[in-house]
Design a protein around this ligand. Structure first.
Ligand SMILES: Cc1cc2nc3c(=O)[nH]c(=O)nc-3n(C[C@H](O)[C@H](O)[C@H](O)COP(=O)(O)OP(=O)(O)OC[C@H]3O[C@@H](n4cnc5c(N)ncnc54)[C@H](O)[C@@H]3O)c2cc1C
Ligand SMILES: NC(=O)c1ccc[n+]([C@@H]2O[C@H](COP(=O)([O-])OP(=O)(O)OC[C@H]3O[C@@H](n4cnc5c(N)ncnc54)[C@H](O)[C@@H]3O)[C@@H](O)[C@H]2O)c1
Length: 475
């Protein structure tokens, strides 16, 4: 039976928009179904607003701490509404790229409405039945709300409300010490809120290299943020307009609570059962080709519960695009996935941690660690906190890298390029880096493999000793 569409995309966020735009430009017949606004979490409640608020808060911090450079700013005043105004301006500037008009002009049929599957090949929305050669589910995720007694009654914010606040909360408790908790906790603290972060893990940012995460944690604490780790909030109560949180032996009293305790896949209203699509604990189950348990239906982005980043949703969308429109032969390759947490200092990572590398390669690993303090540009900018840690095998193969420090998210990319192209770590030390730049942290770290190997190689050292002594006698 002939169908109307080549692909019906469900969800117009980071993943879905890539599929819809590219498929239409390839001349496929595409419908894009969105229940809310095009742009997804990243534009409205995620990357864009958080990075904009972080920028405003960083300026507040720099101004407040400028005295160390002999620059004095008395009576620092922060207009929270204006700082948040910058957030809204950034969203407004980016939004046209994700607008329905742009997608319609590309040839995408944009349908607003929350639909559902009614059988294995039909998606129903606004009383229309859409049949397609393939479907792509890119419905993203929403905040996971832990079942803490009293939390719902007391009220709380998530990433979906926090960027619309008109007034700064004087005090804020953040439940969760992952990237959202750390990025927003630091931003609100720098904009003048008294912040407490309560994390169930032993240290903040538990998915990161522990030593790198500690640098971020120490910075947050040094700025006056109260960090409570290895603790869960057990109960919340609202009394006289204040919210009280009981966590372990502590009682925390605040004006507002921000829940940043992980994500839940948006699958509830799709009636996936009718389409034969299975959902696991983390999200929609997919194979390496990103096909669900119904091979006509693909899924990508946060809803599959893998690496929950905009750039990964975009990458997965490109895999779905090829498989859904042409022949399903392309497999997603997660060997080199970078990401960064945009705290100050930033923490960026690609590849394996030291622990994972040891588990996989035993003693054949080298840890090349270069402090930012040893980089002249970092000294010039008083940005000496942090380090670059590159993990390699003895043959120079790069297994992973963890950068914590100024602009770490930018600096990681040359290592990402090297890893993606199977270049050895010597490729990083072998190219000339501009002096003085922060990027020298990478070349200096890379050079440590040669230095460490040389330090271990007594035979070579003795040989060179004899060689130079001979050369001096012959001169
Ligand atoms: C506070 C915060 C900060 C972040 N910062 C970063 C960052 O700096 N860098 C980074 O890489 N990632 C960041 N992320 C993660 C990033 O936002 C997500 O990984 C990314 O948006 C996932 O893209 P997606 O396409 O899977 O989902 P989304 O972009 O969220 O798109 C899903 C779309 O589907 C729609 N939808 C849902 N259900 C239905 C339905 N039933 N029918 C129709 N439409 C539906 C939604 O309305 C939405 O438009 C951040 C996330 C948060 C919460
Ligand atoms: N810069 C970025 O790229 C960026 C920024 C923000 C978010 N994100 C994405 O969004 C995802 C979600 O971020 P997140 O910070 O919500 O989730 P997360 O899952 O990474 O971290 C949540 C943390 O909350 C803790 N937690 C859970 N329940 C708790 C409780 N009851 N009490 C105390 N702590 C509790 C967990 O131990 C966990 O460490 C991230 O994993 C990431 O993929 C990316």
């Amino acid at each position: 039976m002939a169908v109307e569409y080549d692909v019906v995309v469900i969800g117009g966020g980071s993943g879905g928009l890539v599929i819809a735009a590219a498929a239409a430009q390839l001349k496929a017949k595409v419908a894009l179904v969105e229940r809310d606004r095009l742009g997804g979490d990243c534009l409205w409640y995620g990357c864009v607003p958080s990075k904009s608020l972080i920028h405003a808060s960083r300026i507040a911090y720099e101004v407040k701490n400028a005295a160390r450079f002999g620059i004095y700013c008395q009576n620092l005043e922060i207009d929270f509404a204006l700082a948040n105004g910058h957030v809204q301006k950034a969203i407004a500037a980016i939004q046209p790229h994700d607008s329905p008009e742009r997608f319609q002009s590309l040839g995408v049929e944009v349908i607003f409405g929350a639909g559902q599957f009614i059988d294995r090949q039909t998606f129903e929305v606004n009383n229309r039945q859409l049949k397609a050669r393939a479907f792509a589910c890119a419905t993203g995720s929403g905040p996971k709300i832990p079942p803490i007694p009293g939390l719902k009654a007391a009220g709380y914010l998530t990433n979906e409300q926090v960027f619309s606040l008109k007034q700064r909360p004087s005090s804020l408790a953040v439940i969760g010490g992952g990237p959202i908790g750390c990025e927003l906790g630091q931003a609100f603290s720098r904009l003048g809120s008294e912040v407490t972060i309560i994390a169930s893990s032993d240290h903040l940012l538990p998915k990161e290299d522990p030593e790198a995460a500690l640098v971020v944690q120490q910075q947050l604490e040094s700025e006056g943020i109260r960090v409570i780790t290895a603790t869960r909030v057990e109960r919340v109560e609202q009394i006289d307009g204040k919210k009280h949180l009981w966590a372990g032996t502590q009682k925390i009293t605040v004006d507002e609570i921000l829940v940043a305790a992980g994500r839940m896949p948006n699958v509830e209203s799709l009636n996936l059962e009718a389409a034969g699509v299975e959902v696991g604990e983390r999200g929609i189950r997919v194979n390496e080709k990103l096909q669900t348990t119904n091979p006509r239906i693909y899924a990508c982005g946060d809803v599959i519960g893998g690496y929950q980043f905009t750039h990964v949703a975009g990458y997965e969308a490109s895999v779905v695009l090829k498989n859904a429109l042409f022949f399903p032969v392309t497999k997603a390759n997660y060997r080199v996935i970078p990401w960064a947490t945009f705290t100050d200092p930033e923490l960026a990572r690609v590849g394996l941690t030291e622990k994972q590398a040891k588990e996989r390669y035993g003693d054949d690993i080298y840890v090349l660690k270069q402090e930012f303090a040893g980089v002249d540009r970092a000294q010039a900018e008083a940005a000496t906190k942090g380090f670059a840690k590159i993990i390699t095998r003895g043959n120079g193969e790069i297994l992973g890298a963890h950068l914590v420090g100024a602009s770490a998210g930018e600096l990681l990319h040359e290592i990402v390029l090297a890893m993606s192209n199977n270049l050895k770590v010597s490729a990083l030390s072998g190219i000339i880096h501009i002096y003085p730049t922060l990027a020298e942290v990478n070349s200096k770290a890379a050079l440590l493999l040669t230095k460490q190997k040389y330090a271990k190689n007594q035979k070579l050292q003795n040989l060179l000793l004899r060689f130079f002594s001979l050369m001096r006698t012959l001169a």
